[in-house]
Design a protein around this ligand. Structure first.
Ligand code: GRF
Length: 217
């Protein structure tokens, strides 16, 4: 099997990156993580990646000031140097210009800690608690110029508990993120996703029975 060459872009802790790296260690996984790139030199995930013998790179956005395209061109150079075919954003805290998004159209995916299109942006768990939703979760989606938009590949849900805080909710959602992100990357790398009218169709996907009721009654 020829594995797709993947870069994971991070800004911080990198637990989703680590989940992708762990999944990709399986010989049957259709993608290899060839680069972990951070825009922050101090990102904790860089050390995690090095411990897993994954190549790392830092392209510090601060060096480029307001010139977002210069920052992106520097990243693009690194991605090309590693012959990267797919990009996974995993807690990457920079917005892209259309120039960069265009280059990676249908080849760049992101994980967002909410059931999109609800709760875009930051503090999603606080947003979910404030809205009083009973079900919350995470989404993996293709990246388009709009933030936290783009065709949804996978979602996972958790029940919101009466005594949840943003932190307890975040911890349960994170566990879901670590399951759906490798699954979504695997589908993309295997060429099993087609986008029809803005919706992702997954070839060979089992039929979830359509029931997801919270609270259980
Ligand atoms: C995750 O919750 C991810 O969904 C969001 O930022 C967080 C990053 O966590 N985009 P980590 O760096 O993957 O641990």
């Amino acid at each position: 099997m020829i594995k797709k060459r993947v870069a994971v872009l991070i800004s911080g802790r990198g637990s989703n990156m680590a989940a992708l790296v762990a999944a990709a260690q399986d010989a049957a996984f259709p993608a290899a993580i060839v680069l972990v790139l951070s825009n922050r030199p101090g990102a904790a995930g860089l050390a995690t990646a090095r411990d897993c013998a994954i190549e790392t790179a830092v392209v510090d956005h601060a060096v480029y000031g307001r010139d977002r395209e210069a920052f992106e061109r520097a990243m693009q150079e690194r991605l090309e140097a590693h012959r990267v075919e797919l990009v996974c954003l995993a807690g990457f805290m920079r917005l892209f210009t259309p120039w960069f998004v265009d280059r990676w159209q249908r080849r760049m995916i992101n994980i967002h800690p909410a059931l999109l299109p609800a709760f875009r942006g930051l503090d999603t768990h606080q947003q979910a608690l404030a809205a009083g939703v009973k079900i919350h979760g995470a989404s993996v989606h293709f990246v388009v110029p709009d933030m936290d938009a783009g065709p949804i590949i996978a979602q996972g849900a958790v029940a919101v508990r009466d005594d949840d805080t943003a932190a307890t909710l975040a911890a349960r959602v994170l566990a879901i993120e670590h399951r759906i992100y490798p699954a979504a990357l695997s589908l993309l790398a295997a060429g099993r996703i087609t986008i029809v009218d803005g919706r992702c169709r997954i070839e060979g996907a089992g039929d979830a029975d359509g029931r997801l009721l919270v609270p259980e009654v």
